[in-house]
Design a protein. Structure first.
Length: 270
């Protein structure tokens, strides 16, 4: 059983919220060595022993879809990512919809109306799919924050279902804040650009890298075991690898924790 209890860093409580667990759908599923180029058979053999929760009965990748609730003393209630969304979300073609984020939020003692800020690490369907429900923002009192580069990238691909189902409704509702680069959200909480997986990917840094909600900078335990291993669905795999290496090194110097959405345990020490 993996430890999914909350962590507290610099007074900020970080609560993992399990939205879903399941393998990647057949439309995107590939053998692991194709999904993660640069990996080796020996590394996969080791990881199957060390991280059995990342693998299904047939050896396939089982993803854990975590979002994170940040309770900041005398500051905003922050939700990092919004999960896969409902039955008809853009993630429905490959992820185990519907997600249960709202139920997980309730179990943590919060309601959608309690969220002040929603951070979208990036605009892939499994991270932004739950941002909007029936055409309206799921978190009615929140400002949604993403990097301007991410917004512009997706607006350049208007046929993308995430643009239609998530980005455009947020823009129409007037609740979307596009930021440029490093942005302070609260005392000890900062947004930090971590490009590569997508052009405007961002992570949430707490207390100067003592804990980082990494989004998809790290997707699988294989990338903690060997940070040079890339990912088939990175927009720019080379940039993503450089970003991952630099971020993990900084976290190590702070003896910090990674909070990663798709790992079996939501917290890991790199």
């Amino acid at each position: 059983m993996h430890d999914i209890s909350a962590r507290s860093v610099a007074g900020v409580e970080v609560v993992p919220l399990c939205d879903a667990v399941g393998p990647m759908g057949e439309s995107l599923r590939r053998p692991l060595d194709e999904t993660f180029p640069g990996s080796s058979p020996e590394l996969w053999e080791r990881l199957r022993d060390e991280e059995p929760g990342a693998f299904g009965a047939g050896g396939e990748w089982v993803l854990h879809f975590h979002c994170f609730l940040l309770r900041v003393p005398a500051g905003p209630t922050v939700l990092v990512d919004t999960g896969i969304g409902g039955t008809h979300s853009a993630a429905a073609g490959w992820a185990p919809v519907p997600g249960r984020l709202v139920d997980a939020l309730s179990a943590a003692g919060a309601a959608p109306a309690d969220v002040d800020v929603v951070v979208l690490t990036h605009l892939h369907s499994d991270h932004a799919g739950g941002a909007v429900a029936e055409g309206q923002p799921t978190f009615p009192n929140a400002r949604y924050v993403l990097q301007r580069q991410e917004m512009d990238w997706l607006l350049g691909a208007p046929d993308n279902p995430v643009a239609e189902q998530t980005l455009l409704p947020l823009l129409e509702a007037g609740c979307l804040d596009a930021v440029d680069g490093r942005t302070r959200l609260a005392e000890a909480v900062e947004l930090f650009p971590t490009p590569g997986h997508t052009p405007g990917h961002q992570s949430v840094v707490i207390d100067d890298h003592r804990l980082v909600v990494t989004g998809d900078v790290v997707l699988h335990p294989v990338q903690l075991a060997d940070e040079t291993v890339t990912y088939l669905y990175d927009e720019d795999a080379a940039t993503a690898a450089v970003t991952r290496s630099a971020l993990l090194e900084r976290i190590r110097t702070r003896d910090g924790l990674v909070a990663a959405p798709h790992l079996p345990s939501p917290f890991a020490r790199p």
